[in-house]
Design a protein around this ligand. Sequence first.
Ligand code: SAH
Ligand code: SF4
Length: 419
Amino acid sequence: MATPTSELTKAMTLVLDTNAHAGGEAATEAPFKPTLAGMSRERLRDAMAAAGVPEKQLRMRVIQLWRWLYISGATSFDQMTDISKETRTALEALYTLDRPEIVAEQVSVDGTRKWLLRLPKRGHEARAPEIETVYIPDNDRGTLCISSQVGCTLTCSFCHTGTQRLVRNLEASEIVGQILLARDRIGDWPGAKRPDDDGLLPSTDRKITNVVLMGMGEPLYNFDNVREAIDIASDGEGLSLSKRRITLSTSGVVPEIARWGELSGTMLAISLHAVRDELRDELVPINKKYPIKELLEACRTYPGASNAKRITFEYVMLRGVNDSLADAKALVRLLAGIPAKINLIPFNPWPGSRYECSDWETIERFAEVVNKAGYASPVRTPRGRDILAACGQLRSESVRLRARDRSEPAASAKSPDAA
Ligand code: SAH
Ligand code: SF4
């Protein structure tokens, strides 16, 4: 499954900051101002109160700011013409409208775009952490794959992200910021200019029609921030992404699955990858804590699951590991009675990975068994492999912190001066 060299040479890379790996020291010298872009209404309200906006104006100002941020995609306070100059100046003194900083942007020959993004460094962090976000255009839809953590604390043996050294939770605004940034770069705001490369864009009005939490990290280990971000992204008066077009993928954090369904209600995808506990323990080690039976029980009772709202089961095709016909048959037996879709994912190799992708014939034969059992079009075409943007290939160069320095709760984002 090596990537042909011609593809590699045709992919475009735009390195926007060649000092990226110096650790972002320059950014830390100026006094840090939090960004309003990506904040919830409550946080915007608190932020404006802290900037001296009178109490009686707050409600209206939140409505105005919300529209500027999430309908117009404003990147400068000057655009906010219905907000008084005085208020804009007060806000600008304390805040920015920054998105995560782009370190590099790559456009694959198939139109997939990948951004390496740098986040503001927190007090205890030796260097600014980096994440990746991927945009996958098709003719009739545009899917944005976003990250929920820097790296991942789990260590699935076939996943590149699991080998990354730095791990921390993203704040809600850093999750929403990925959507804002992607819309900036593909000109997906009213009246915005499209990129002047030849990258594919869908024919839909909105160029991002779907969002999947399938980038770096285990979203259910960052529950509150992911939930806050999804509430902002799906708000009908702003970014307006329907929850039916937002999918959270989990490796199987069983106790959080029902809670996610009740509190957020997005579509759900499960990284199953094996039909026997012994093998799943090896591929997806969280299985040792929450084995297949418990995981499937949580799926059976997932709030809102129905034939119209099926759960996706992801199954990575690993040569000689989980790709036999017996596995395929066991898979359909296992999922009987669950409103399910099956997504077969050809394994995407990464430097140093110990697996190989199943060959195409094996995948087709496996798919046939799955198809015959009534599950349609299950093979996920790998996208953006030439720029290492495909599933499981994401890994920034950020280094791992000691466990006690990890995953600070995002409460610091609440108060503008604490961040
Ligand atoms: N942590 C979450 C979401 C991110 S991973 C999860 O595990 O579900 C998104 C999907 O990519 C998961 O199904 C994951 O198992 C799959 N994946 C990881 N590494 C892969 C690789 N090298 N090739 C193909 N798919 C991979
Ligand atoms: Fe983490 Fe998902 Fe990768 Fe497993 S597959 S290491 S849970 S990102």
